[in-house]
Design a protein around this ligand. Structure first.
Ligand SMILES: [Zn+2]
Length: 376
């Protein structure tokens, strides 16, 4: 959660109190534990870390559906139903990410069965979200993938909404960036977060704060203390380097420049020129950097069963949709060959006169390997 900032405000009475309250304890985003993807133990660690680092990303161009649980309609607990102002703030925050010009679309739906992101507002819990596509095929549609545990209409709340949606786009905690150089006062961190109102145990504190990510899980090699994905930390929790041991870390409000760059790198806006036609029996060579994606258009001249497959020593995820620009694309199938010696392969009946899009995101390719996709 964007646990941003208790910059003094103009409200004199609350300024000092606000800061003390901050030190005494603010609630922070509490991400659910997620199983690490199981990969062969003898896999090259660099390759494994790319696969793990990119595993929960959406393929770019996906229409991501979200819905709010409503007790009156969904037979969900009444505590999950949110108020109008908080829901408005969530919609605004999806729009704020979209306004960066990213290639994902966000569409609100009323049925949890149709939603990828299912949102509750249980105020007895913290705020949290699963990462990206992790809940798909793991969580039932009656389960939440995101919760907001406090009002979203304050400055802190507005950042919380952006932060949890950041997780839903597969962004991780920036304070766990291995390049941060932050030396924690671990004892103080344990004391602070094990106390109220967070009351976390040691494992949770490790999971949300102290455990560093792999280098491949973060964009670039720099750390961004202003990221929306960074908590606020007061100085007592940090041993160094200066000046953070005396100033603490107080991220600015809203999305930082690096947050925006991250979103545009993994989810760039998609224009016509970004689509390449894939014809039967022709192979399309893929030259991508890890994390990048190619978008292949398929326009069958005959209705029949087709097979599309990747070739070469690489790890990819391949997702097939029906439809392109007009209307909403319909998800058909996906295959992910990462961590295996086999290739990604989809077999599907395609209809003459329709258009399909095959989106292929590269996790990792060996230095010598060349990757291609073929349709037959
Ligand atoms: Zn978080």
């Amino acid at each position: 959660m964007g646990s941003k900032k208790a910059r003094p405000t103009n409200q004199t009475a609350s300024t000092a109190r606000g800061y003390c309250a901050e030190k005494a304890g603010r609630k922070f985003c509490d991400m659910p534990e997620m199983a690490t993807r199981q990969l062969p133990p003898d896999m090259d660690p660099r390759r494994a870390s790319f696969v793990i680092g990119l595993s929960d990303m959406w393929v770019n161009g996906t229409v991501v559906h979200y819905c709010f649980f409503e007790h009156s309609k969904h037979d969900s607990p009444s505590s999950w139903t949110g108020n109008a102002a908080d829901k408005r703030q969530v919609r605004k925050s999806f729009q704020a990410w979209k306004d960066l010009g990213i290639g994902l679309e966000f569409v609100e739906v009323t049925s949890p069965d149709e939603a990828d992101i299912r949102i509750g507002f249980d105020q007895n819990e913290g705020s949290w979200s699963y990462l990206g596509t992790y809940p798909i095929n793991r969580l039932a549609s009656s389960q939440r993938t995101m919760n907001f545990g406090w009002s979203l209409t304050t400055r802190h709340g507005q950042d919380t909404a952006l932060h949890e949606i950041g997780h839903a786009l597969a962004a991780k905690h920036e304070h766990q960036n291995p390049f941060s150089g932050i030396a924690w006062n671990r004892q103080a961190v344990y004391e602070y977060f094990s106390g109220p109102p967070n009351n976390w145990d040691e494992a949770k504190i490790g999971h949300n704060i102290l455990n560093s990510l792999n280098e491949s899980e973060v964009e670039g090699s720099t750390w961004d203390g202003d990221s929306i994905m960074h908590y606020e930390f007061h100085a007592d929790l940090i041993e160094g380097p200066p000046p953070y041991d005396s100033t603490g870390i107080h991220p600015a409000d809203g999305l930082s420049a690096k947050d925006k760059a991250w979103a545009k790198r993994f989810y760039p806006s998609l224009k016509k020129k970004d689509y390449v036609e894939l014809r039967p029996f022709e192979s399309e060579v893929i030259q991508l950097a890890a994390g990048e994606q190619i978008n292949l258009l398929i326009k069958p001249k005959v209705s029949r069963k087709y097979t599309m497959q990747s070739f070469g020593e690489s790890d990819v995820i391949m997702v097939l949709f029906e439809g392109d620009s007009g209307g909403e694309p319909v998800y058909l199938q996906a295959d992910d060959d990462s961590g295996t010696d086999s290739n990604a392969k989809i077999t599907q009946r395609l209809m003459k006169g329709k258009t399909y899009v095959l989106r292929v995101r590269l996790y990792y390719a060996t230095a010598t390997g060349e990757t291609a996709v073929m349709l037959w």
